[in-house]
Design a protein around this ligand. Structure first.
Ligand code: APR
Ligand code: ZN
Ligand code: ZN
Length: 392
């Protein structure tokens, strides 16, 4: 896959005074049917428990496209983006006193679920399922607006982080310190695709050495699941996609073979021909009803289907219940790779630095903020792999 480097200089210069309201430039979704705009915005200095971050990179994920295509019920106007890395540039009052707090100059990856740390699910170690995640209402913290249009209109920020902005103010729990040796463009993907996909393979599915694994859908998330399956020691990893270029890429990041998806019956037969019997694991990384149903049919009796791709809000799927109950197999849903960001991000970054996660291979384009519409068009056409906005 060719790496297009079409970055242009930003129109706005980064601010360096964060003690008073400061300016930034952001991608804003204007509500159903009203598309995107790229605007100058005004940020408040960070409040207690918050930090200001100068963003370095933000990936473009299919979940962003779901919002733009009105697949989900989301508040608007909303600063887009939930997959980003940056540098802490200012601390809110009181931040820095706890040893785990971020400091100015720290490199951080932003988490789209920042666990509250107080609910029973957090206490059980399932922070990804937190009952009251910080940023869950698409604000910096509950009811807290830190970013506005220049006319004063309050803006939501996607999942409390809104990474498609030159700067952002986020809760400290959402800013996870990571090793700066991993280039920021690669680190940004740890915020969603890598944690979602690698985590699904390692932590939700629990793939074991020697397992046979099928991954359906080879975008940023599915390719990350391929990397995770390879890291877990799967003996065979079969990538499935409608695009030959995605199969080629999957082979570069750990797949042992690929199946070009055509119609469902042919695809099912082609996958079965590649497997000895049926696979131990199937990971679905698209979120389509047809491929979710295909995944549940493919897995061996007693095996595990892991659903990663997020469907439209109104999607349903059918199961052949008699066969399914007899099969003794499992269907599990994977939210954020069953990962707790503050522990998972540094581990995944270490894996990448050590050469065990070829994140760079799945970055097809580095783009400017102004090119984001074109990036979404390319994603609709199933072109490229991960496209990443790079902030200068
Ligand atoms: N059969 C096989 N492959 C398909 C099909 C299909 N019917 N339809 C789409 N694909 C492939 C595309 O060619 C593409 O490679 O699925 C891949 C989807 O990749 P992206 O659009 O890049 O999506 P990604 O960002 O990886 O997200 C995947 O996970 O987090 C969720 O909301 C996200 O639902 C989305 C999913
Ligand atoms: Zn995402
Ligand atoms: Zn919680």
């Amino acid at each position: 896959m060719t790496l297009a480097r079409t970055r242009k200089a930003l129109d706005t210069q980064p601010s360096d005074d964060y003690t008073a309201p400061f300016s930034a430039r952001a991608v804003i979704w204007n509500g159903p049917g009203n598309g995107l705009s790229i605007e100058d915005v005004v940020l408040d200095p960070p409040g207690p428990g918050e930090v200001a971050v100068r963003m370095l990179a933000s990936g473009v994920c299919h979940s962003d496209l779901h919002i733009l295509d009105d697949d989900w019920d989301m508040p608007s106007p909303l600063v887009m983006g939930h997959e980003g890395s940056g540098v802490v540039v200012a601390l809110g009052p009181g931040v820095g006193q706890h040893p785990e707090d971020p400091r100015v100059g720290d490199h951080v990856v932003l988490a789209w679920t920042a666990p509250c740390g107080r609910c029973t699910r957090c206490a059980d170690g399932d922070g990804h399922l937190c009952a009251a995640p910080i940023g869950g209402d698409h604000r910096t913290a509950k009811d807290q607006v830190r970013i506005r249009r220049t006319d004063g209109t309050p803006l939501g920020i996607h999942c409390g982080i809104g990474t498609m902005s030159t700067h952002q103010v986020v809760a400290t729990q959402a800013a996870v310190r990571t090793d700066p040796r991993l280039p920021a463009v690669q680190a940004s993907l740890v915020g969603c695709a890598i944690t979602t996909g690698v985590g699904a393979a390692l932590w939700t599915a629990g793939i074991q050495p020697g397992d046979e694994v099928v991954v359906i859908g080879l975008g940023g998330v599915g390719l990350s699941a391929v990397m995770g399956a390879a890291l877990a020691g799967a003996s065979r990893v079969i990538g499935v996609d409608r695009e030959q270029a995605k199969l080629d890429l999957a082979l570069q990041v750990g797949a042992t073979c690929g199946v070009l998806a055509t119609d469902d019956a042919q695809t099912e037969a082609a996958i079965q021909r590649k497997c000895e019997g049926r696979p131990d694991h199937v990971i679905e990384a698209i979120g389509l009803t047809s491929t979710i149903e295909l995944a549940t049919r493919l897995v061996r009796p007693g095996g595990t289907t892991t659903l990663v791709g997020l469907p439209r809000a109104d999607a349903t799927a059918a199961l052949d219940m008699y066969k399914f109950v007899f099969s003794g197999s499992r269907i599990v849903a994977s939210n954020y790779g069953s990962a707790v960001p503050c522990t998972a991000f540094p581990r995944l970054v270490r894996h990448a630095i050590d050469g065990h996660l070829p994140i760079d291979a799945i970055i097809s384009h580095e783009i400017a903020l102004e090119d984001v519409e074109a990036a979404f068009d390319a994603m609709r056409r199933r072109e490229g792999a991960r496209q990443v906005i790079v902030f200068d």
